[in-house]
Ligand binder design. Structure first.
Ligand code: C5P
Length: 210
């Protein structure tokens, strides 16, 4: 079974994806981490995210150690990732890894949950369950603000909201694999739902497929 989870930043898809993977005993891949790792490798080498050739090369020779680096989760690296993610060669270079993970999941698991922006539309158009997770802009900004504050990052609501909206705009307006729901995706709006209620709803959607 392949479960595709797409949606904008801070919609809750990562938390839901991990919980679904645990419940249904599936492998889990956060595909945003791949784009972030490309960003981090460019940053460490002193290059900007607009350097298309270097980004394409970093995506082809991805250093898997970077996937566990604490700096991967920083707002600066997320910002770089969203610029890099508009590069079609980068996307093409990361595609085979994601598809292999979905179709031959590690540790002998019977399937996989992948979360990202284009899983249901491009990476796994054949996924058995497609969820498009969303939430209102203020709710997403508040969630992200709390996450950052818990990590000790000094920021404020207005800055976080502006960053999220800029990232959404870039992700949904790029020419290659833009953020959008697949035609056959089930929409899950988590604006009014706490994590347990959202998870219950996601489980019902997966159960309907089984
Ligand atoms: O999900 P996360 O915020 O970690 O993703 C970082 C960036 O990577 C996103 O803003 C998006 O530009 C890009 N991304 C993508 N396609 C995916 C996953 C992430 O373009 N499947």
């Amino acid at each position: 079974m392949i479960i595709a989870m797409d949606g904008p930043a801070a919609s809750g898809k990562g938390t839901l994806g991990r919980k679904l993977a645990e419940k249904f005993d599936l492998a889990y891949l956060d595909t945003g981490a791949l784009y972030r790792a490309v960003g981090l490798s460019l940053k460490r080498a002193g290059h900007g995210p607009e350097d298309a050739d270097r980004a394409a090369h970093a995506a082809k020779t991805l250093d898997s150690d970077l996937l566990n680096d604490p700096e991967l989760r920083s707002e600066q690296v997320g910002h770089m990732a969203s610029i890099i993610a508009a590069n079609p060669v980068v996307r093409a270079n990361l595609l085979a890894f994601q598809r292999d993970f979905a179709h031959q999941p590690p540790s002998g698991k019977a399937g996989a949950v992948l979360d990202g922006r284009d899983i249901g539309t491009v990476v796994c158009p054949d996924a058995h369950v497609k969820l498009y997770v969303s939430a209102s802009d203020p709710v997403r900004a508040r969630r992200r603000l709390h996450e950052l504050q818990a990590k000790g990052v000094a920021t404020d609501y207005e800055t976080v909201l502006a960053d999220l909206l800029e990232r959404d705009r870039r992700d949904s307006q790029r020419a290659t694999a833009p953020l959008k729901p697949a035609q056959d995706a089930v929409l899950l709006d988590t604006t009014e739902l706490d994590i347990e209620s959202a998870f219950e709803r996601a489980c019902q959607i997966v159960d309907q497929w089984q």
